[in-house]
Design a protein around this ligand. Structure first.
Ligand SMILES: O=C(O)C(=O)C[C@]1(C(=O)O)C=C[C@@H](O)C=C1
Length: 287
């Protein structure tokens, strides 16, 4: 069975897929929207894309494409540790301090700002579609004094040397990746999950005082623990936002349906984005 991921080979998304779905045939796609389109169009049954990083926050492209363009249910989540390294062509290993330009995914560069500010102030940045796309570019341009930010898997894949290890700004660096499928389903994973989450999209009624307070109350008095609440522009006008709300449990027959009914009675539009198991990848299972 096939599973799409943000490629090329050697992204963190690839490492997350290999850790949880080692038995599946992984298929790289150039961008996050292309991964989602591949599931929607039936080219692959599943795809994995990044959703949120502990240092840099949400991957807005994933949320926005999921809500506005490609409505697919979330059927699983992978939480994986992230270690960022400075990768150079082996011929530039000794003069990495004079690197002129750093290539990477915007989230990866953002996770290393302190290091870059301290050690590579003079360097410019080139934002590319993924960390391994950056590593591939650096390997294909050995004459240029450039570097990529990425992982060990990419260094190995593209024959780069690690000039500086663990350059991310804070020790606790993890990314959440979501698994998408055309319909709600049970994931073909051998291991036991670490828990379950339910994700809702909630659009508040217009101009209603205290609407967000009432929404939160619907969860609070049912003792439904929320692990995330985030607003994103509805893209219909200034001040129009929807909320993504993660609940720390599986969809049940009483509490979550009750909360949804209460939100709808308040005039909210509610969409269930998924109720799914999550898997935590241990450090040792990533390269
Ligand atoms: O470029 C990659 O390697 C990815 O898998 C993407 C991505 C992201 O979008 O956040 C995933 C994990 C890291 O946080 C950095 C980049």
């Amino acid at each position: 069975m096939k599973i799409g991921y943000l490629g090329p080979m050697g992204t963190f998304t690839h490492a997350a897929v290999e850790a949880v779905f080692p038995h599946m045939e992984s298929v790289p796609y150039h961008t996050i929207p292309q991964c989602m389109d591949a599931v929607r169009d039936g080219d692959v049954p599943f795809a994995v894309v990044p959703l949120e990083n502990a240092l840099e926050g949400s991957v807005n492209l994933t949320i926005d494409y999921l809500i506005h363009e490609c409505n697919l249910p979330i059927v699983g989540e992978i939480i994986a540790p992230i270690e960022q390294h400075l990768l150079v062509h082996p011929s530039h290993l000794d003069d990495w301090k004079h690197i002129k330009c750093i290539y990477s995914h915007s989230h990866a560069i953002a996770q290393c700002h302190k290091f870059l500010h301290r050690h590579l102030k003079h360097a410019t940045y080139e934002y590319v579609t993924s960390t391994s796309a950056a590593a591939k570019y650096v390997s294909e341009h050995p004459k240029e004094n450039i570097a990529a930010i990425g992982n060990r898997l990419a260094a190995k894949q593209y024959g780069l040397a690690i000039a500086k290890e663990n350059i991310h700004d804070y020790d606790y660096n993890h990314t959440r990746f979501i698994v998408l499928h055309r319909e709600r389903c049970t994931l073909p994973v051998g291991e036991k999950e670490d828990g379950f989450k339910t994700t809702l999209m909630v659009m508040l009624p217009k101009d209603q005082a205290g609407a967000l307070h009432q929404v939160l109350s619907a969860f609070a008095w049912r003792k439904l623990n929320l692990t995330k609440i985030e607003s994103r522009p509805a893209k219909t006008g200034l001040g129009n936002y929807f909320f993504i709300i993660d609940i720390d449990q599986k969809m049940d027959d009483v509490l979550i349906p009750g909360a949804i009914a209460e939100l709808e009675a308040l005039g909210c539009t509610v969409q269930l984005l998924g109720s799914y198991p999550y898997y935590t990848v241990k450090k040792t299972s990533l390269v």
